[in-house]
Design a protein around this ligand. Structure first.
Ligand code: PLP
Length: 450
């Protein structure tokens, strides 16, 4: 496992990161009392947003809404930064919708996709004019009722599961034969049903598909998009008009967790789609994309102090403050979600020394709370700092409240011309008072009823 991860990254990205780590220590974002903190590379996020926009502009003149999948980084200033960079928001819960609105994303740049939307959510979305992709026939029936009750400006669509197969990570593969998402297109009678469902609903104008996330190969993603495109063509031919005017191709571009290299690139995927599904880009259809991880993952870093360095069974173990609460997927599934770890000294300088196989442990009280196992790193000592790289999506913004560990502060950073690094607070560290409050601390007697 460790061998696939670049042990000692060098290059412009790592230089920027090293500079930020040093500045974070100097500016006391990481201290004895705040021993874990998360950094976001603002320049990197802007560059990824620009790369996505440019990738599709290169292959089509059609209008494209790049709706960032809010679940990948549900932080209001991040959504605002992406909005300023020209992106919209894909939301899948009332909370995510509220975050997008708090960030100032206008309704016409929001897409609602959850598989379990309540009647109230649907009503709100239609009232606001937010695009909705229905997941299933029962949800379409709800939309029938709501559209009959009054006109809406909201573009409405249907999610289909092309059933093209799964990727390397089962839990993130949404186009398997039995996936819970969308209308399973290859099930008996389903395709004909979908065509009829559109013909019966002139207001249904979009098709949506999302083939999966990390672990799904590009050609499988493209096959899913092609299936949606071919279905749109079939429906429009049956309707005798361009009823479907927009195809939402979902997100899911995988991220390279093994080095600082950003591969595959948005441009690779856009070109592959242009080759595999040329009709999608000829201007007859508007497009929506929903990338999440590929926009944010590479731009986040968790920093944690080494509280103790010990050994057990002759295995060196660095006990740090970053574990399951900030890297839940990695801790529970090391094989699927390995993270690169970089060692820094207490001043935030890159630590040198011969690689020693050691465990990098988290603070939680269960034996499996390990960020890395037998990882060759310079031998970590008390007071050192470890950095868990590529954690900008689905990691520190997805706090797991085990052991009532506080949510760490999240800080954006940007390098200045004079060589200094400026930080902006995205989210301050949670306090223990907040933890007590959220744990019923305001009404300790609640269960003393008889
Ligand atoms: C999770 C999700 C996305 C984003 O996936 P990434 O792998 O983060 O790009 C997009 N669309 C839908 C419907 C999703 O569920």
């Amino acid at each position: 496992m460790a061998s696939v991860l670049a042990p000692d990254p060098t290059g412009p990205v790592s230089d920027r990161r090293d500079q930020a780590v040093r500045a974070a220590v100097q500016q006391e974002l990481l201290t004895e009392t705040e021993p874990v903190a998360a950094l976001l590379d603002i320049a990197g996020i802007r560059a990824s947003a620009a790369a996505l926009t440019a990738a599709f502009a290169e292959v089509t003149d059609a209008p494209v809404l790049h709706a960032f999948a809010v679940k990948a980084s549900p932080l209001v200033p991040v959504l605002r930064l992406l909005h300023e960079a020209g992106l919209g928001a894909e939301v899948a819960s009332p909370g995510e919708l509220a975050l997008a609105r708090a960030a100032g994303v206008p309704p016409e740049r929001i897409v609602l996709d959850s598989p379990a939307k309540t009647p109230a959510e649907l009503r709100e979305a239609l009232a606001l004019g937010i695009a909705v992709n229905a997941d299933n026939p029962q949800e379409l029936a709800r939309l029938d009722g709501l559209t009959a009750a009054g006109a809406t400006a909201a573009p409405l669509g249907l999610r289909v599961n092309p059933q093209v197969g799964g990727g390397a990570i089962g839990a993130l593969s949404t186009a398997t034969a039995t996936s819970k998402f969308g209308v399973a297109l290859r099930d008996e009678g389903a395709r004909a049903w979908v065509v009829q469902a559109f013909l019966a609903r002139p207001w249904l104008t979009r098709l949506h598909t999302h083939t999966g996330s990390q672990g799904v190969p590009l050609d499988l993603m493209a096959a899913g998009v092609r299936a949606a495109y071919e279905l749109a063509e079939e429906i429009n031919a049956a309707a005798g008009r361009r009823q479907i005017d927009t195809i939402d191709i979902g997100g899911g571009l995988p991220v390279n967790f093994a080095s600082d290299e950003e591969t595959p690139r948005f441009a690779d995927y856009a070109r592959l789609l242009a080759a595999e599904v040329p009709g999608l880009f000829d201007g007859r259809y508007g497009l929506v994309t929903e990338f999440g991880r590929s926009l944010l993952a590479k731009h986040g870093t968790v920093l944690a102090r080494v509280e103790y360095a010990k050994s057990s069974g002759s295995r060196p173990i660095a006990v740090t403050h970053a574990g399951v609460q900030v890297a839940t997927r990695t801790v529970y599934d090391q094989a699927a979600w390995p993270l690169r770890i970089v060692a820094y000294d207490p001043r935030g300088d890159r630590k040198a020394g011969p690689p020693v196989e050691q465990d990098v442990a988290g603070p939680a009280c269960f034996a499996g709370d390990l960020l890395a196992v037998k990882r060759p790193l310079p031998l970590l000592a008390q007071g050192d700092i470890v950095a868990a790289l590529d954690t900008g999506a689905y990691y520190f913004a997805h706090h797991y409240a085990y052991n009532s560990l506080v949510r760490p502060g999240v800080y954006g950073f940007i390098g200045r011309a004079d060589g200094s690094v400026a930080f902006a607070t995205v989210r301050g560290p949670q306090t223990v008072e907040e933890i007590v409050g959220e744990a019923g601390g305001g009404h300790p007697d609640a269960l003393l009823i008889t």
